[in-house]
Design a protein around this ligand. Structure first.
Ligand SMILES: [Zn+2]
Length: 902
């Protein structure tokens, strides 16, 4: 799955989408008074397992599903009939299945010639209890259930209905635990079985599912029945279907002749061109890596009828946000080409990592997501080196290190104790840390050996499930030693190491680099005990008589010394050569100045970015002067690559967060001086045939300088916004935000247009634009849209997170506190995103006086939600870090500002 919330300047390779399996809840013996079946030999007592807390008991295990659904995008709700083949493992009089919001009208159990009525009752939020009229002996059975269900109109999980260009569609999103919204089933990833779907749909519409259609028959004048081939073994979360007036676009075939199609929304087939051109090449690169053909009978990649929602790797039917898969060929930009290739590579890598071999339980979801993220980066590197894949990896690693800088960070393999833990497992730790740790060990073991281990792992577990232990065993075999302790030091404990690196030169002895490790945590966090030492490969680049030398070793204890191969004492050292190490380097400030002034040119662009990230990290803790960090900003801009520019802009944005209100004007002047010339040269609109670096730099620089008060850029945005329908999707959002803030008339037009626009992509840009305005009266007018019935609940997030600076955030915070009941009525915060997103909206005011009040408010309104404890703890720690940073860095930044020329 891909991240479901889009980021603005998204550097991360947006690739999509738990382990020792927790044993099933022990089935408990039935009460001894349960009557035995009549006229039988003394039977064993029949099992009636109690309500499970998390995992279902395994006294009944499905072996296959046949489901028929009647669906019409023009109507709300659906009817279903499902036959579940399975094994009763112990004599039972009660069974459990997952089912959420399903109303069962009839159910029976067939065993041999016997058919037994089954009473089905919903229990809790997502369980069905099944009680056959008489106890069932072990053996094969079929449970048949007739039921009705509804669409998720808020969060777009389960089956959801959405309109695009005014036309309604039905599609699905089952990961992680939403198959139960559509099918009574065992909704856990280790139950991999065959599914056969049949869909009854309006006859003028197209129905698609994981497998090819095997037949279509007319039911009546208006309805047809479409049957699909049984799937290979799949977990419930990978089942998918779609119904609507889709347009099919041929995308070629795999080497083995498997057909590839892009499924476009009505009238948009020509926008599928880039996806259609590139899919077979991506599949070929993946087949080469795995040395295994694409494993399913067809591959459809389908547009979602909304711009929200990332992408999802359903076997044979991958879904993508319309913004990723449909692009106007006349306007497509290099960044949009990259976004498609990187997300498609991620989702298609999942066809092997995730679909063919599935994580056995959600605590090992990194086996899907970390892997797909890591492998997608390799595919992108082969696909188009001009996209600077190495720098993108570096940026993704920095994202992970920041997510890992709180005491409340999850582990990569975090135990799952409730549904909230499942929802929260899809975070930067699973994706980017998982991928970064893989890249580090791949480098240390050797890419070819590592690939052989991956191939062995896939071959050994194909069509089944696997755990981290299975993967570690496969890699250990090819490495020739047990890699388990090293891997587990990163998978099973939270946080990221700091490696303190200090050069020691003594006469008559080669230079030594003293290395010591500890956990990186920023001020404001609660104290944390050091865990077991990480076992990390360390490569050091250093000055060897004016040239670059390199030495590699390992740090497996709290400290170690590495002997450098140099005659003289090196002028500089950099202890993350190649940039694959998942750790931060701390050095004395003088050593960093030497590295900046004498080593900078001998580092690779990726290493320079890493150096900057580490300097920023220790400026944030107060260990280094923030002036040293900002002294690197002009050097990054001089790199002339978009990723370095984004890192420089990011540093400016972070510094702004700790400014006192009366320092803004001086800071804005510095921004205009430092970033302005490049921003004005780039302008808002791309030139013809522009490269990805110019595009990335524009997206970061031009809004920064415009918001720092550049009058020319602001009035240019207003002029461009007059014809806003003609703007390209890449630049449109930033132009509209600036224009809405600059010109009241533009704001009024966008505010009126947002709730009636029919293109969801454009609606999103309009809503974001009006929500970023500085003027209080206009900001309040924008916030009122959050409670306007024309704006859908799932469109609320830009409004809830409205406001750019501290003054606006105060207004937004007060507004939603005043309207909390209406907000929660519109967006019931019970689902995957609700708790996380909404709770964090109220922890944005980085003000010590507000802190306890904010914590109490969030606890009162969100504290009872499943998984809320972890969300609130992390949100509060972030708030505490922000408050601490203001106190610690504010004075240093003021001193730095005072030294700038007026
Ligand atoms: Zn994924």
């Amino acid at each position: 799955m891909s991240p479901r919330l889009t980021c603005t300047v998204c550097l991360c390779l947006l690739a999509a989408c738990g382990s020792t399996p927790r044993p099933p809840a022990p089935a408990q013996a039935a009460s001894p008074t349960a009557p035995a079946p009549a006229a039988a030999a003394p039977a064993a007592p029949a099992l009636d397992p109690p309500q499970p807390a998390l995992r279902l008991p395994r006294n009944f295990v499905p072996t296959g599903y046949r489901a028929r659904l009647a669906l019409d995008p023009a109507r709300d709700g659906f009817t279903g009939a499902i036959e579940i083949d399975g094994e009763v493992r112990e004599r039972s009089k009660g069974f459990w299945l997952h089912g959420r919001g399903l109303k069962v009208s009839a159910a029976r159990l067939i065993q041999g010639a016997r058919s037994v009525r089954v009473d089905v009752a919903p229990v809790g939020e997502d369980l069905l209890s099944l009680h056959p009229a008489e106890p069932i002996d072990p053996g094969s059975v079929t449970i048949a259930v007739d039921y009705t269900g509804g669409f998720d109109l808020v969060q777009g999980t389960g089956a959801y209905r959405h309109a695009f260009d005014g036309v309604p569609y039905i599609e699905t999103q089952f990961e992680s635990i939403s198959a139960r919204r559509v099918f009574p089933c065992l909704d856990e990833p280790d139950n991999k079985v065959s599914w056969q779907l049949t869909l009854d749909v309006p006859k003028h519409l197209v129905a698609v599912a994981n497998t090819a259609a095997t037949g279509e028959t007319a039911l009546d004048d208006a309805t047809k029945r479409v049957a699909f081939a049984p799937t290979k073994p799949l977990p419930s979360y990978l089942i998918a279907f779609g119904v609507g007036p889709f347009e099919m676009v041929d995308a070629g075939r795999t080497r083995n002749g498997t057909p590839l199609r892009i499924i476009a929304l009505k009238g948009r087939a020509k926008e599928a061109q880039w996806a259609a051109e590139t899919s077979s090449r991506i599949i070929q690169l993946l087949e080469d890596y795995f040395a295994t053909p694409y494993p399913y009978d067809k591959l459809d990649q389908i547009s979602r009828p909304s711009p929200f929602g990332g992408a999802m790797e359903n076997a044979g039917l991958v879904t993508y946000s319309s913004r990723l898969i449909m692009r106007d060929p006349a306007q497509i930009t290099p960044g949009e080409r990259l976004a498609w290739v990187s997300v498609a590579a991620h989702e298609l890598a999942h066809q092997w990592f995730g679909d063919l071999v599935t994580t056995a339980w959600w605590d090992d979801i990194w086996l899907n997501e970390g892997f797909a993220t890591w492998l997608a980066a390799k595919i992108v590197a082969q696909f188009e080196p001009a996209w600077h894949p190495d720098l993108l990896d570096t940026a993704a690693r920095e994202t992970a290190l920041r997510a890992d800088s709180v005491v409340t960070a999850r582990r990569v393999r975090q135990p799952i104790s409730n549904a909230g833990d499942i929802f929260q497992a899809f975070d930067g730790i699973t994706y980017q840390k998982g991928a970064s740790v893989l890249a580090m060990f791949e480098q240390a073991i050797g890419p070819d050996k590592f690939r052989d281990g991956v191939r062995a792992y896939i071959a050994r577990h194909r069509y089944g499930s696997a755990t981290s232990a299975d993967f570690i065993a496969a890699i250990s075999e090819v490495a020739g030693h047990d890699v388990g302790p090293a891997f587990r030091s990163f998978l099973d404990q939270a946080g990221a190491p700091v490696v303190r690196s200090e050069l020691r030169c003594e006469p008559g002895r080669p230079p030594q680099l003293a290395l010591a490790q500890r956990r990186y945590v920023r001020p404001g966090s609660p104290p944390v005990a050091e865990g077991t030492p990480w076992q990390l490969p360390v490569c050091v680049a250093y000055d060897r008589d004016g040239a670059r030398g390199q030495t590699c070793g390992e740090l497996t204890a709290a400290s170690a010394e590495l002997t450098l191969d140099a005659k003289a004492c090196p002028a500089w050292v950099f202890a993350n050569a190649g940039g694959r190490g998942y750790y931060r380097i701390s050095q004395p400030e003088a050593a960093l100045v030497a590295l900046r002034d004498r080593g900078w040119k001998l580092l690779t662009p990726a290493e320079r970015l890493i150096l900057f990230g580490d300097v920023s990290a220790f400026a944030a803790t107060g260990e280094l002067d923030i002036g040293l960090e900002l002294s690197l900003v002009p050097r990054l801009l001089a790199e002339h690559n978009g990723v370095a520019t984004i890192a420089a802009v990011d540093a400016a944005e972070r510094a702004r967060r700790v400014l006192a209100d009366d320092q803004n004007a001086r800071f804005d002047a510095w921004i205009r001086r430092t970033f302005g010339p490049t921003a004005r040269a780039l302008g808002w609109q791309p030139g013809a045939h522009e490269d990805i670096d110019s595009q990335r730099s524009r997206a970061a620089l031009v809004p920064l300088v415009a918001w720092a008060g550049d009058a020319a850029l602001r009035s240019a945005a207003v002029a461009l916004a007059r014809d806003w329908r003609k703007l390209g999707a890449t630049t449109r959002g930033a132009i509209l935000e600036t224009a809405a803030d600059t010109d009241p008339a533009t704001f009024d037009r966008l505010l009126a247009a947002a709730p009636v626009e029919t293109d969801p992509d454009l609606r999103g840009d309009l809503l974001r634009a009006v929500s970023r305005v500085s003027n209080e009266a206009r900001l309040r007018a924008a916030l009122a849209l959050a409670l306007d019935p024309r704006v859908e609940a799932r469109e609320l997030f830009p409004l809830v997170f409205a406001g750019r600076d501290r003054a606006q955030v105060r207004i937004v915070d007060a507004y939603f506190r005043d309207h909390i009941a209406e907000l929660l009525a519109r967006y019931p915060a019970t689902g995957e995103l609700g708790a996380v997103v909404l709770a964090n909206a109220f922890l944005r005011r980085c003000e010590p006086a507000q802190r306890d009040d904010a914590a109490a408010f969030v606890r009162e309104h969100f504290g009872k939600l499943v998984g809320a404890e972890r969300v609130m703890a992390r949100g509060l720690e972030g708030l505490d870090q922000c408050i601490a940073a203001k106190g610690l860095l504010g004075p240093k930044l003021a001193a730095w500002l005072a030294k700038l020329p007026r």
